[in-house]
Design a protein around this ligand. Structure first.
Ligand SMILES: *[C@@H]1O[C@H](CO)[C@@H](O)[C@H](O)[C@H]1NC(C)=O
Ligand SMILES: *[C@@H]1O[C@H](CO)[C@@H](O)[C@H](O)[C@H]1NC(C)=O
Ligand SMILES: *[C@@H]1O[C@H](CO)[C@@H](O)[C@H](O)[C@H]1NC(C)=O
Length: 361
């Protein structure tokens, strides 16, 4: 009986069925183990504002062309970018939605905010005084809007489901640049009161109170983003480095020191508050690497914004008729003199998904 060694057709079928079952079980397990992040809730400044400033009276706006020219539909939305911002891209990477709506945008309501909402406001900072410079939404007011959102979500989903959504949501926080560049170094209000180390500590204490308050309001997964190398922004190069050859080292140092303090505060709070998965997201190193090795990422220009001359234009100065505006923003690190292109934000988003946010994926 030579066919003893050969599996019978029935046996083969059984094996196949077993294999199929195994595959199915594995598949179900994989789906089961998927991220619980079903919503991204954003606080911050222009790095993540998706249109809240369109609804307030301020000059810190970008709801006109050429902003948004690479956004779906080529539409300006109030994002300070040619396309989407990092938090949009992170929402998409989590398999949620490709854009995060602004809470104040009348085109949206609670049905659109269930799986992600943005409270950020361009030109704001941790410091109340920063938000006063251009009359934008202070961080404490963003928290008030969040409380209002919580109430609406409970009404819409019921208390139990809303509580679960808010607990599993990922809270993303990105601000601080304006505290230094728009406030501390541009006006005397804080610089006459604090030296730079003291001012950093003051901001960190506000960041800590904010994180504690969010924890008390139910947040359990939160990312606090560090500062980018702000001395490399085209505007700072224009103001402080006439030949535009390098970054303003002093500002990069201040950003690095602030980031170190923020990272330490985050670690301390995480150890202290039970069940609080608070992480620090490093933006600085990723952006600096791109500035130092542009060709690796397909960049051709690291020093100028795409918009206009690239030296000083942002907001209303970034004009759609300016003939100097670049053709292909994906070759530029900066979109305007103060903000990255969508391509840069994509690199940042990919990096944080693999590092700080990996524990939530
Ligand atoms: C998803 O939620 C469950 C139950 O709360 C928890 O055990 C699991 O660790 C969570 N998974 C992630 C990736 O957060
Ligand atoms: C939200 O807006 C949609 C239309 O965009 C409308 O059909 C719906 O009734 C609104 N829901 C609430 C809760 O206001
Ligand atoms: C900022 O302003 C709010 C509202 O007036 C206030 O409650 C808060 O204490 C202020 N924050 C700081 C750090 O002064």
């Amino acid at each position: 009986m030579a066919n003893n060694a050969m599996p019978q057709p029935q046996l083969l079928l059984l094996l196949l069925l077993l294999l199929l079952q195994l595959l199915l079980v594995t598949f179900v397990l994989v789906v089961d183990a998927k991220s619980n992040v079903t919503s991204i809730i954003v606080f911050g400044d222009s790095s993540v504002d998706t249109g809240n400033n369109n609804q307030i009276v301020t000059i810190a706006k970008s709801d006109f062309e050429p902003y948004g020219r690479d956004f779906p539909g080529g539409r300006p939305t109030g994002r300070f970018s040619n396309g989407r911002v990092a938090t949009d891209l992170i929402s998409e990477a989590f398999g949620i939605k490709p854009i995060i709506p602004a809470y104040l945008d009348p085109a949206y309501n609670i049905t659109d905010f269930v799986d992600g909402v943005c409270f950020a406001s361009a030109a704001t900072g941790y410091d109340n005084a920063t938000s006063q410079v251009l009359n934008v939404i202070p961080l404490w007011k963003q928290v008030e809007y969040f409380k209002d959102y919580q109430k609406k979500l409970k009404r819409y989903l019921g208390a139990k489901k809303a509580h679960w959504m808010l607990k599993e949501a990922l809270y993303m926080v990105s601000l601080g640049t304006n505290d230094f560049l728009e406030n501390y170094y541009a006006t005397s209000r804080r610089s006459s009161q604090y030296n730079i180390e003291e001012y950093q500590d003051f901001l960190i204490s506000i960041a800590e109170s904010f994180a504690r308050e969010m924890y008390n309001l139910g947040a359990r997964k939160m990312s606090m983003g560090g500062l980018a190398p702000m001395g490399c922004m085209p505007l700072e190069r224009t103001v402080y480095d006439m030949d535009r050859g390098g970054c303003v080292e002093q500002y990069n140092m201040v950003a690095m020191e602030f980031n170190g303090k923020l990272e330490a505060m985050v670690a301390r709070l995480r150890a202290q508050l039970k069940g609080f998965r608070l992480v620090y997201s490093n933006v600085y190193d990723t952006v600096l690497q791109a500035i130092e090795n542009p060709s690796t990422y397909g960049f051709e220009n690291v020093a100028d914004g795409c918009c206009g001359t690239g030296m000083y234009e942002m907001g209303y100065l970034c004009d759609k008729y300016n003939p100097f505006t670049c053709k292909d923003a994906s070759k530029y690190i900066f979109w305007d003199s103060f903000h990255p292109t969508e391509r840069t934000d994509q690199i940042v988003a990919e990096h944080v998904m693999k590092t700080s946010l990996a524990e939530f994926v």
